[in-house]
Design a binder for this molecule. Structure first.
Ligand code: FEO
Ligand code: CA
Ligand code: CA
Ligand code: CA
Length: 701
């Protein structure tokens, strides 16, 4: 049976992202009302002692020079306790050269079916969908796919990319496989329906892959190692066992017929962004998990409110319940409570059981990134990627132990099980001044012992985090995606992708979400359109009070109001707009060793392919956005990462060719041009003068 054809949907809320992407990635979330019906007030009505707090902040700032900036405490993302040499973050920060310092001419917006990097750089594919991961993996054969083979090969639609050092020549690449696109993966008529579903299941999850320099020690080029020479390579699939940690582990709502303990879950799904921890593990966010659940009959009425708040409708049409009954809400009403978590995997220990951390709350997690506060506590920043949902942070109870030994690492591995979960409220200090800035509060929801939300227990807060947050008047944001602290300054940056509903009566604009209607005119030929909502997104900058990441208050400013620089509403931190690259729909962020922000995009509204951009956030070039690379037709740029030695830029090219009407037989992209169909792949870009061998000719199946 062929994969089913997509239903026709209104183009409106989907922006420039294809209907296929919306269907497969998030179950057409934008076709449904926002799940957040809390009606939480917007910023202007929530001015609370703003002036007093501003005075306190200024007093705190005067003494801030004496404080340790949170991120500077971060050690190597470590081979800590592995006994392996590594280039540490402190080295990274001292480096005055590398990719962050290189001047390059911006790549012009384009619609090429290629990865295009700035002049002076080149790139190569590191690994693609179907490439072998484990030593048992068979060669990829698109005409003879099996669920068993898929579970040993690199999964579909790579998203987050972590690169953890092993030694000077080798590293571990950790990738998320967010979702599958059955219309692009399978030749029509070749596979039966059940086989397609089982392969799709196995193609989700994560991969750990050893990579090696494709040249000398100073080469920025990397290639995948032979899996037979790696003891680390691993696939995490729908059959991999996870352990639940934290206060909600074992809760009645987490128990199923297969797991009466409520502590052991099979698989992780829709893993979007992530982060590498200071203790050398990888965090990954379970995002649009709701779409995978169907129903064979009625749904448990005890959970009507909770299901609705998470978009769990039982109409998930991936049909997984037909091949695995745990995806049937009628039979297993608790299974969806076992997803929507931050998961942690230790890539240095291939036999370790990955974990799901209930203390970090349950929502549509984009990802999580950690910095160590001046108090020593580990602080994780997290976005709930849905229109009108919230920004969260977690502060650990215990302090990070920076020592490089097994005992310290073991202790650090427990940090995410105990602490306090907060949600963010943004207020407008000046009530409508000309600048997009203001004050903010982290509102405590629960710690591991006590709930601060009336009428909800600690477990209630952690399992129904959206419902808990709704009661505390946080600020409804425009799809909070990747949020990450700058290791050079401790300031925190959040990509707010877009929100087609912003400016509607149910979701008015506010100072932190100021664009409700925009005029979008393409620079490269797309028609002039006038559309409602926040079409192009923002990058938000948060400065924690007294530069302490564990603080409960902060100041904020919009670093970027994205879009066509010629559009009046756009803003690039005050930098002259005629000198910046157009940027639209920021999604993922990362930093180089000089503290420059790198931003990848998802769903460029300006008529060109998505890309990766570098922007300084300090000094005279603050706001100077320059495009570093573009990705192929239909693709989104994911997982950007600058290597610790500052020589390599890794990006995940996700869903190449996922444009409406494209099929396996009639693809709109064939990137990376190894086959007649597209293959999502991880790419590394590096300066041309780094010594490399010639890119190997990739085998075709
Ligand atoms: Fe998977 Fe929030 O993008
Ligand atoms: Ca994302
Ligand atoms: Ca990131
Ligand atoms: Ca995205």
């Amino acid at each position: 049976m062929s994969p089913r054809l997509l239903p026709l949907v209104n183009a409106g809320p989907h922006g420039s992202r294809s209907q296929m992407t919306c269907h497969y990635r998030c179950g057409n979330a934008c076709d449904f009302p926002e799940p957040n019906a809390s009606g939480n007030p917007h910023a202007a009505t929530l001015i609370e002692n703003a002036i007093q707090r501003r005075s306190l902040l200024k007093a705190g700032a005067a003494g801030a020079g004496a404080l340790v900036v949170g991120g500077l405490l971060n050690p190597a993302p470590a081979a800590a306790a592995t006994g392996l040499a590594t280039v540490g973050r402190s080295d990274k920060l001292r480096r005055a050269h590398g990719i962050g310092a290189v001047d390059f001419q911006p790549v012009a917006p384009n619609v090429r079916d290629a990865v295009t990097v700035a002049d002076g750089f080149e790139h190569r594919v590191v690994i693609s969908w179907g490439d072998p991961v484990t030593r048992n993996a068979p060669p990829f054969d698109v005409n003879n796919q099996t669920p068993e083979a898929a579970a040993e090969q690199f999964g579909y639609n790579n998203d987050y990319v972590g690169v953890l050092p092993l030694d000077r020549k080798r590293a571990l690449l950790v990738a998320n496989h967010e979702y599958t696109d059955e219309q692009l993966m399978f030749p029509a008529g070749r596979y039966d329906d059940a086989t397609i579903k089982k392969i799709a299941l196995a193609s989700h999850g994560m991969s750990v892959v050893m990579i090696e320099r494709a040249g000398g020690d100073d080469s920025g080029a990397w290639r995948r190692s032979n899996p037979r020479q790696s003891r680390y390579n691993r696939r995490v699939t729908d059959q991999t066992e996870f352990e639940m940690t934290g206060p909600a582990a074992g809760d009645e709502r987490l128990r199923t017929s297969a797991d009466p303990s409520g502590r052991k879950v099979l698989g992780t799904f829709n893993n979007c962004a992530g982060g590498t921890t200071p203790w050398g593990t990888v965090l990954s966010g379970e995002e649009n998990f709701n779409q995978y659940f169907g129903k064979s009959g009625s749904m448990d009425s005890r959970y009507t409110t909770s299901y609705a708040r998470y978009g769990i409708t039982g109409s998930g049409d991936r049909g997984w319940k037909d091949v695995d009954p745990r995806f049937d809400l009628t039979a297993e009403p608790h299974e969806p409570f076992r997803f929507g978590w931050i998961v942690e995997i230790d890539p240095y220990d291939p036999r370790s059981t990955p974990r799901k951390h209930t203390m970090l709350g349950r929502f549509k997690h984009e990802g999580a990134n950690i910095q160590i506060a001046s108090t020593g506590q580990a602080v994780a920043y997290m976005g709930d990627d849905e229109r009108g949902d919230y920004i969260y942070k977690f502060v650990s109870r215990d302090a990070f132990d920076p020592r490089d030994n097994q005992a310290a690492r073991k202790q650090n591995m427990a940090l995410l099980s105990r602490g306090t979960l907060y949600v963010a409220r943004f207020t407008d200090e000046d009530q409508g001044d000309a600048e997009y800035d203001g004050l903010g509060q982290w509102i405590a929801l629960a710690n591991d012992k006590e709930s601060f939300v009336p009428g909800m227990s600690v477990s209630d807060v952690l399992i129904d985090t959206r419902l808990a947050a709704d009661k505390m008047s946080p600020t409804r944001m425009d799809r909070p995606e990747d949020i990450e602290p700058n290791p050079a300054t401790g300031k925190v940056y959040c990509a707010l992708t877009n929100n087609s509903n912003r400016g509607s009566s149910s979701l008015p604009t506010d100072e932190a979400n100021p664009i409700g209607t925009s005029m979008v005119r393409s620079k490269i030929g797309a028609p002039l359109t006038s559309k409602s909502g926040n079409r192009n997104g923002y990058v938000l900058e948060i400065t924690e009070d007294a530069n302490n990441a564990a603080a409960e208050s902060f100041t904020w400013t919009l670093l970027l109001v994205c879009g066509d620089p010629e559009a009046p509403e756009t803003y690039f931190a005050g930098y002259p707009k005629e000198k910046v690259s157009p940027i639209s729909c920021p999604d993922n962020v990362t930093f180089d060793g000089l503290g420059n922000l790198w931003i990848s995009t998802d769903g460029n509204q300006l008529g060109a392919n998505d890309g990766l951009f570098r922007v300084p956030v300090e000094g005279p070039e603050r706001g100077l956005v320059r495009q570093f690379l573009t990705v192929p037709i239909g693709a989104e740029t994911c997982g950007p990462l600058i290597s610790d030695d500052q020589r390599s830029v890794f990006v995940a090219v996700q869903h190449p060719g996922e444009t409406d009407g494209a099929t396996f037989e009639t693809p709109s992209s064939t990137w990376p041009h190894t086959d007649s169909f597209p293959r999502p792949s991880v790419v590394v870009a590096y300066a041309k003068d780094s010594t490399t061998d010639r890119p190997e000719r990739r085998p075709t199946p």
